[in-house]
Design a protein around this ligand. Structure first.
Ligand code: GDP
Ligand code: MG
Length: 293
């Protein structure tokens, strides 16, 4: 059997379950799963390898109309996802009426590459509703192969995976087979800290912060990490740190525990908070944070 390999890009509104699906396929905790929108700002690749194939999954940010520069940069990722894919997965959830961004919706319906439309979260629904939704989506996206699924329950995930393998082009692998992600370790540190911020602060805070990891030193028995939480205003810095530093301490402790599990090693994690006005609209800063090439 000739070797197959290719890129599968997953598109859909925030919170439809894209990260959950990738995790179900890859079987590792690779990306953040949270009930808040727009957690996944970066392109995250999960790779599933076998002797005969390599599937590279990309979790793109939610499709939204750009409101300020940061979202512009996010839309660039989404565009790339449409351009370089071998297969598109368009994910919707039960009851949803379609993409908020019509331009992208049109691109999907006119796509020349195969489109798998997954109706997710059917665990929250019943047979009758699922049948109705199948018909609705088949009319709306006639070029798609449709699967009702539950990413979280891993229901009907295997047939989707088999279809992907079937549709993949013949190609040698793109990445060494022992590598399951193309993102460096620092990325996981940043995203883990971001996840804790999302969990523990009210919504103005998470959207005003960015995390960068300035150093990551892998020693014999310990990994030493120094990360910075960037905020826009002094007042936000105060909130992040909390009374006598308790809030920041909790973030640090929880992030450290997750990272110790992830890397399988003891972690020494230092987190600093810095004020950096206007990081959202400053292009140079966006570059530094990895949103732009
Ligand atoms: P993303 O923004 O598209 O990446 O969505 P996530 O994967 O982060 O999931 C958003 C929320 O939906 C999380 O709370 C998930 O636990 C939940 N979720 C994902 N898949 C399912 C599913 O199949 N059924 C149900 N009931 N919830 C799901
Ligand atoms: Mg996500």
């Amino acid at each position: 059997m000739p070797h197959k390999a290719g890129f599968v890009n997953i598109l859909g509104n925030p919170n439809v379950g894209k990260s959950t699906l990738i995790n179900a396929f890859v079987g590792e905790k690779l990306s953040i799963i949270t009930s808040k929108a727009q957690t996944t700002r970066h392109r995250i690749l999960g790779i599933v390898n076998d002797d005969n194939f390599q599937v590279i999954f990309s979790d793109t940010p939610g499709i939204i109309k750009p409101a300020y520069k940061l979202q512009d940069a996010m839309m660039d990722f989404v565009k790339t996802a449409l351009d370089d894919a071998d297969i598109l997965i368009y994910m919707v959830e039960i009851g949803e009426k379609g993409l908020k961004n019509e331009d992208f919706f049109n691109k999907i319906t006119q796509s020349k590459i195969p489109v798998l439309l997954l109706i997710n979260k059917i665990d929250k629904s019943d047979q009758e509703k699922v049948t109705k939704q199948l018909k609705y989506w088949q009319d709306k996206v006639p070029n798609a192969i449709i699967f009702p699924v539950s990413a979280i329950e891993k229901f009907n995930i295997t047939p989707v995976f088999e279809k992907i393998i079937d549709l993949l082009p013949e190609s040698p692998p793109f990445f060494p087979k022992d590598q399951f992600t193309d993102k460096p370790e620092r990325f996981f540190v940043n995203e883990t800290i971001r996840e804790k911020i999302l969990l523990h602060y009210k919504k103005e805070i998470p959207y005003a912060v960015e995390v960068i990891t300035e150093s990551f030193t892998n020693e014999k028995n310990i990994i030493k990490i120094k990360s910075v939480i960037m905020v826009e205003r002094e007042s936000q810095k105060g909130i992040i740190i909390g009374h006598k530093g308790t809030a920041l301490k909790r973030i640090g402790t929880e992030a450290r525990k997750d990272l110790e599990k992830f890397f399988g090693k003891k972690i020494f994690l230092e987190i600093f908070v810095k004020v950096n006005k206007d990081w959202r609209s400053d292009n140079r800063q966006l570059q530094r944070f990895g949103y732009k090439e």
